[in-house]
Design a protein around this ligand. Structure first.
Ligand code: 1HE
Length: 284
């Protein structure tokens, strides 16, 4: 196999000495990612606006390092992006040199990294604006809460580039918007605007331009106050239950509910409510 930039990168990250979490110090992230801490919330920002945050190997593997080495005190993450666009998707300049075998490996690396985000330790809130296309949409779809600024628009230009989604898009996006809409996006190259994305399930919140990050931090802070058991159950049990047959789902739900309610944190929170120390459910 030719030793391309991509294969060298994968070999580096697959080496146990270099893997996330095995280092004594916080590992270095590539320049295309910036990070910031706000208490229990960590913010990771795609920072390659000159290339419209196109996702190259370095950035994708950097995300793996970031999510694989989150300090224990971080309870939620915000994913943000610099510049006018969230992400132009896969860095096409890297794709042009991959053989078929390397293409499979490339896609499998994206699967591994995005799986680590979706089924990681903490919920991730994404702020989307401008172009959210191809692999950028696949990345956003692997996160848990998506906030769209009104400038956001969505597309899957893989069809017009002669390729196919490779970052888990064909698994995740039909579950969000339906196979039929995804077919339309891929076959026709059309875009959906922010309002359509909101109506179809690509975003949970629609906000004015420039308001996404503040809203994301507010939501991430709220998520960080949940019990770790609840967040774990929502991230790991809920999507699996949704994909199981009903009978298995009910069993898994009972077990998850019993484990959650049995812990001291739940007992304390319920007692607090009953003794009027906790917030009511309010519609603001
Ligand atoms: C890129 C990329 C990229 C921009 N790979 N370099 N994705 C696409 O097919 C989308 C391609 N990009 C675009 O359609 C447009 O760039 C945007 C609509 C996102 C933004 O337009 P604009 O006018 O703001 O920027 P631009 O002038 O097109 O691009 C600025 C620079 O970024 C330019 O480089 P420069 O050196 O000439 O300045 C572009 O070449 C570069 N650039 N997008 C590489 N994608 C795991 S499978 C996933 C499969 C996919 O994601 S396929 C979808 C690929």
């Amino acid at each position: 196999m030719r030793l391309t930039h991509f294969t060298r990168n994968v070999m580096y990250h697959n080496n146990p000495k270099h893997r996330a979490g095995s280092m004594a110090q916080r590992p270095r992230l590539p320049k295309s990612l910036k990070t910031e801490r706000r208490g229990a919330v960590a913010i990771v920002t795609l920072a390659r606006p000159e290339k419209r945050n196109a996702l190259n190997d370095t950035t994708v593997l950097g995300l793996e390092t970031f999510f694989g080495t989150l300090p224990a005190a971080v309870k939620a993450v915000v994913l943000n992006a610099e510049g006018k666009h969230f992400s132009a998707g896969l860095d096409l300049s890297e794709l042009k040199i991959l053989s078929t075998e390397e293409g499979i490996e490339h896609s499998r690396v994206w699967h591994r990294v995005f799986h680590q985000i979706e089924f990681g330790r903490v919920p991730v809130v994404t702020v989307m604006h401008g172009a959210v296309v191809g692999g950028g949409l696949e990345l956003a779809a692997a996160t848990h809460i998506r906030i769209a600024e009104r400038s956001a628009y969505y597309a899957l230009p893989e069809g017009s580039r002669g390729i196919f989604v490779g970052g888990g898009g064909s698994v995740r996006l039909p579950r969000l918007i339906g196979t039929s809409r995804m077919m339309d996006l891929m076959l026709t190259g059309r875009t959906y605007g922010a309002e359509e994305g909101q109506a179809f399930g690509l975003s949970h919140y629609l906000v004015e331009p420039g308001e996404g990050l503040a809203r994301a931090i507010e939501i991430a802070r709220r998520i960080a106050t949940n019990s770790a058991t609840t967040n774990f159950a929502v991230m790991h049990a809920l999507p699996r239950i949704a994909e199981q047959d009903r009978a298995s789902g009910y069993v898994m739900e009972s077990l998850t509910a019993a484990i959650a309610q049995g812990n001291e944190e739940a007992k304390k929170r319920i007692k607090d409510f009953l003794e009027k120390r906790a917030a009511k459910v309010e519609r603001k």
